[in-house]
Design a protein around this ligand. Structure first.
Ligand code: NAD
Ligand code: MG
Ligand code: MG
Ligand code: MG
Ligand code: MG
Length: 337
C-alpha cells in the first residue's frame, strides 16, 4: 500500500488469490474485456466458464483459446462469481433472462462498470455480493500486459457485501487478471459511473471531437484548405496527447516550441472559458441527477433514433472525408495500427 495517494492503492501483496481456489468464475461475454479476463483467470489457475449467447460470433475464438463454453444461463448457474462482460446496454436483459434465475445465496455478481447498478437497471437480491473489478484499459492491453508479467491499473468497488468477503474476493480477482501488479484503487459504484460518464462526455469523446470540428470549420470557413485544417486540428492531436500521456502537461509544453507554449497558455482560455465551465457543470448535473441515464435508456428502448441520426451526421462531416483521404498517406505509420 502506498500512502501518498488520496485513496488506498492495492498491490499483489494485499490480495490473496487462494480465495478463488474453490470457486468457479462465469465470464458472460467474450468481447474486449471478456476474452482478457477469461484467459488471464485461466492462466492464473482459476476455474473459468465462458457464457455465450446462441449464435455468438465469439464462440470460435473462445474455443480456439481453449475456454470451457456454456450458454449464459448454464454459466451463471455454474458460477460462484458471475461477471457481466456483455455490453452495458444489454446487461439488464442478460441479467433478467440468464443470471437472476441462477444466482444463489452467497454468489457474487461482478461488473466492470457501474451504470446498471448505479442507475437501478439491475437490482440484485440481498443475499449476493455485488462488486466491481474494472481494468482502466481496453481488454487487449489487459491480456497483453498480463502475458508479459505486468498488468494494467484497475478499480475495485463493493456495492453490496452479503458474505463479508466481497472486497477480499474482488481483490483476489483483480490479482488473478493482473491488475494488482500495477495497482488497484478502491472506489464506489457511484464515483466510477459518474466520473466515467462525465469524462467521456465533457472531455475525452464529446469535448475533444467538438473542439476538433469547430476548429476545422473555423479554418475552412476562413478560406484555408481542408487538408491543412485537418492536419492542424486533428492529425496532430495524437502527438500532443502522447506527450501528455507520457510525461504530463510539462513534458508537452517542453516539447512544443516556445511560441506554441506561449500562444497556448494565453489563448486556450479563449475557447475553454466560463461558458465551457458551465457546460461541464451541466454535464455533471445531468449525470448526477440521472437525466442522461434516463435519456440513454429510453433511446435504447426505442431502437436508438437520435443515436442513429447523430452518428450519420458525424460520418458525413467534411473532416471525415478529408481525413480518410489524408490518412492513406500515413499507411507506413506503424503507430497508427
Ligand atoms: P464488448 O462490446 O467488447 O463485448 C461484448 C460481448 O458481449 C461480446 O462477446 C458480444 O458478443 C457479447 N454480446 C453482444 N451483444 C450481446 C447480446 N445482445 N446478448 C448477449 N451477449 C452479447 O464489451 P466490453 O467493451 O468488453 O464491455 C464489457 C463491460 O466492460 C462493460 O460493462 C464495459 O463498460 C466494461 N469496460 C469496458 C472497457 C473497455 O475498454 N472496453 C474498459 C473497462 C470496463
Ligand atoms: Mg450461480
Ligand atoms: Mg461468493
Ligand atoms: Mg465509459
Ligand atoms: Mg502547428
Amino acid at each position: 500500500m502506498v500512502d501518498e495517494f488520496s485513496t488506498d492503492v492495492y498491490y499483489d501483496a494485499d490480495a490473496d488469490e487462494s480465495i478463488l481456489d474453490d470457486q468457479t468464475v462465469a465470464v458472460l461475454g467474450y468481447g474486449s474485456q471478456g476474452h482478457a479476463h477469461a484467459q488471464n483467470l485461466a492462466d492464473s489457475g482459476v476455474d473459468v466458464v465462458v457464457g455465450l449467447r446462441e449464435g455468438s460470433s465469439s464462440r470460435e475464438e473462445a474455443e480456439t483459446d481453449g475456454m470451457a463454453i456454456a450458454t449464459q444461463s448454464e454459466a451463471a448457474a455454474q458460477g460462484d462469481i458471475v461477471v457481466m462482460l456483455v455490453p452495458d446496454t444489454v446487461q439488464p436483459d442478460v441479467y433478467e433472462n440468464a443470471v437472476e434465475p441462477n444466482l444463489e445465496e452467497g454468489d457474487t455478481l461482478q461488473f466492470a462498470h457501474g451504470f446498471n447498478i448505479h442507475y437501478g437497471q439491475i437490482e440484485p437480491p440481498e443475499d449476493v455480493d455485488v462488486t466491481m473489478v474494472a481494468p482502466k484499459s481496453p481488454g487487449h492491453l489487459v491480456r497483453r500486459t498480463y502475458k508479459r508479467g505486468e498488468g494494467t491499473p484497475g478499480l475495485v468497488a463493493v456495492y453490496q457485501d452479503a458474505t463479508g468477503a466481497a472486497k477480499d474476493e474482488a481483490l483476489a480477482y483483480a490479482k488473478a487478471i493482473g491488475c494488482t501488479r500495477a495497482g488497484v484503487i478502491e472506489t464506489t459504484f457511484r464515483e466510477e459511473t459518474e466520473t466515467d460518464l462525465f469524462g467521456e462526455q465533457a472531455v475525452l469523446c464529446g469535448g475533444v471531437t467538438e473542439m476538433m470540428k469547430v476548429g476545422y470549420e473555423t479554418l475552412v470557413d476562413a478560406g484555408y484548405s481542408p487538408e491543412m485544417a485537418y492536419f492542424e486540428v486533428m492529425n496532430e492531436m495524437k502527438l500532443i496527447v502522447d506527450l501528455i500521456y507520457e510525461g504530463g502537461l510539462m513534458e508537452m509544453w517542453d516539447s512544443v516550441s516556445d511560441t506554441a507554449e506561449y500562444g497556448g497558455l494565453t489563448r486556450g482560455e479563449y475557447v475553454i472559458d466560463e461558458s465551457a465551465r458551465e457546460g461541464m457543470e451541466q454535464i455533471l448535473q445531468e449525470v448526477q441527477d440521472g437525466e442522461f441515464a434516463k435519456e440513454w435508456i429510453s433511446e435504447n428502448q426505442t431502437n436508438r433514433p437520435s443515436y442513429k441520426q447523430l452518428r450519420e451526421a458525424e460520418q458525413n462531416h467534411d473532416i471525415e472525408d478529408v481525413g480518410g483521404r489524408l490518412r492513406e498517406l500515413f499507411d507506413w505509420d506503424e503507430s497508427a495500427e
